[in-house]
Design a protein around this ligand. Structure first.
Ligand SMILES: Nc1nc2c(ncn2[C@@H]2O[C@H](COP(=O)(O)OP(=O)(O)OP(=O)(O)O)[C@@H](O)[C@H]2O)c(=O)[nH]1
Length: 362
C-alpha cells in the first residue's frame, strides 16, 4: 500500500522515522515519502527526512508543553504551510496517508486530528491515524489529552490504528529504551502490513492487496494490529498447526491493543516462503479469527517473503467496543472529571481570596 507518512509531535516523528527505516531496510518501498511536523525544534533535529517547524510565532520552537488545545490551534493556523509541503509528496499513486502521533502530549495530540480533518477533505485516498495511547502509569494530563484526541481523531480520520504504550513494556527498561522497543515493534507490524498490500507476484494462495486493508478498516473507528512469528518446517503440510498457533499468539499476546478481540472486521495475513505456506493452515487460522472476533467479515491472505519463519499479522477493524478501549475511555473521563474538580476548587479558592481581599479594602 503506497503510503505517505506525516509524523506530528515528538512521538509522531520518532515513530515515522522507525517506520520509514524499517521499510527501507527491508527494501519494501511501501513508504513513498514522509514529513515530520513539530512545534519543538529540538525534536526535529534527529529526523532523517524533511521536517517542518510550526507555531514559531507562538512558542518560539519550544513545544507546547502538553497543552493540546494550543497544539490544535497552532496546527490550524499553520495548516496551509503543512498542506503545501504534503501536496508535493502526495501523488496519483498514493493509496493512503497516515498521520502519526502520540495522543497524550500537546503538539501531536491536538495537531493530528486537525490535520487529518483537512487531509480527508482534500484527498480521496483514506487518511488513517496511527495513534499512541499513554501508558497507564503516565499522569492524568496525558490520559485526558489522549481521551479527547482519540475521540476527535477517530471522527476525522478514516480509522485510527491504536497502539497502547503498555503493550510491550518490559520491566527494568529505561523510558527511552522502552520507547525504542515499542517503536521497533510498531514499525515491524505496520511496515509489514503496508508491504503486504504491495505484494503482487504469485504464490499458490491469495495475495493480499491494498483494497483488503482498506475494506477491513472501512467500518472506521479504532483498529489494532497483532503480530507473531515462529520458525517453520520446510514442507507446507507440516505447518498447519504452526500457522494456527502463530495467529493465536499474534492476536492474543502480540497485539498493539492487548485484549481487544471484539471486532467488526479482520484481515489475517500469513507471511513466509511460498513453499512453507499451507493453504489449509491459513484457512483454519482465518476461521479461528472469525470465531474469536465474532465477525463475519474476516479476510485471509498471504504475503510471500524470503524467510524460514512464518509470521501472522492480524488487523482488526472496529474494536472500540472492546474492554481495553472502554477501560481507557473510562480512565480518561475520570481523569478529566478530577481535573475539572481541581479546577473548580481552585477557582472557588481564588474567588474567596478575591472577596476577602475586597472585604479588606472596603
Ligand atoms: N511509543 C512511543 N511513545 C512515545 C514516544 N515519545 C513519547 N511518547 C508518548 O507520547 C506522549 C507524549 O507525546 P509527545 O509526542 O512527546 O508530545 P508532543 O506531541 O511532541 O507535544 P509537546 O511535547 O507537548 O509539544 C506520551 O504519552 C509518551 O508516552 C516514543 O518514542 N514512542
Amino acid at each position: 500500500m503506497k503510503t505517505v507518512l506525516v509524523g506530528v509531535g515528538q512521538a509522531g516523528g520518532k515513530l515515522t522515522t522507525a517506520l520509514a527505516s524499517f521499510d527501507e531496510e527491508m527494501g519494501f518501498g511501501a513508504v513513498r515519502d514522509a514529513l515530520a511536523v513539530n512545534t519543538a525544534s529540538a525534536d526535529l533535529q534527529s529526523v532523517p527526512f524533511e521536517t517542518m517547524l510550526i507555531g514559531q510565532d507562538r512558542v518560539n520552537g519550544h513545544g507546547v508543553g502538553g497543552d493540546n488545545e494550543l497544539g490544535a490551534e497552532i496546527m490550524q493556523n499553520d495548516i496551509d504551510q503543512v498542506m503545501t509541503a504534503l501536496g508535493n509528496r502526495i501523488s496519483a499513486e498514493t493509496e493512503s496517508i497516515f498521520v502519526v502521533a502520540g495522543l497524550g502530549g500537546g503538539t501531536g495530540s491536538g495537531g493530528a486530528p486537525v490535520l487529518a480533518k483537512r487531509l480527508s477533505r482534500v484527498y480521496d485516498v483514506p487518511v488513517y491515524g496511527l495513534g499512541v495511547l499513554p501508558g497507564s502509569d503516565e499522569g492524568a494530563l496525558y490520559q485526558v489529552n489522549a481521551g479527547r484526541s482519540l475521540k476527535t481523531l477517530a471522527r476525522e480520520a478514516d480509522a485510527v490504528l491504536l497502539i497502547d504504550n503498555d503493550a510491550w513494556k518490559e520491566s527494568g527498561e529505561s523510558m527511552s529504551e522502552g520507547y525504542e522497543a515499542i517503536n521497533q515493534n510498531i514499525a515491524r507490524r505496520v511496515g509489514l502490513l503496508l508491504a503486504a498490500g504491495e505484494a503482487t507476484e504469485g504464490v499458490a494462495e491469495s495475495v493480499v492487496d491494498s483494497s483488503e486493508i482498506i475494506n477491513t478498516l472501512r467500518a472506521g473507528g479504532i483498529a489494532s494490529l497483532g503480530y507473531a512469528s515462529t520458525p517453520a518446517a520446510e514442507e507446507a503440510a507440516e505447518n498447519i498447526s504452526v500457522i494456527t498457533s502463530t495467529t493465536r499468539n499474534a492476536m492474543l499476546t502480540g497485539s498493539s491493543l492487548p485484549e481487544a478481540t471484539d471486532a467488526e472486521a479482520a484481515l489475517l495475513i500469513v507471511a513466509g516462503q511460498p513453499e512453507r505456506l499451507s493453504r489449509k493452515g491459513v484457512e483454519k487460522a482465518r476461521k479461528w479469527v472469525e470465531t474469536e472476533t465474532e465477525s463475519m467479515q474476516v479476510r485471509g491472505g498471504d504475503f510471500p517473503i524470503d524467510s524460514s519463519r512464518l509470521a501472522s499479522l492480524v488487523l482488526l477493524g472496529g474494536v472500540e467496543r472492546s474492554d481495553r478501549v472502554q477501560r481507557f475511555m473510562t480512565r480518561a473521563e475520570q481523569a478529566a472529571e478530577e481535573a475539572a474538580e481541581i479546577d473548580q476548587t481552585a477557582r472557588e479558592a481564588d474567588k474567596t481570596f478575591q472577596n476577602d481581599e475586597l472585604d479588606g479594602l472596603f
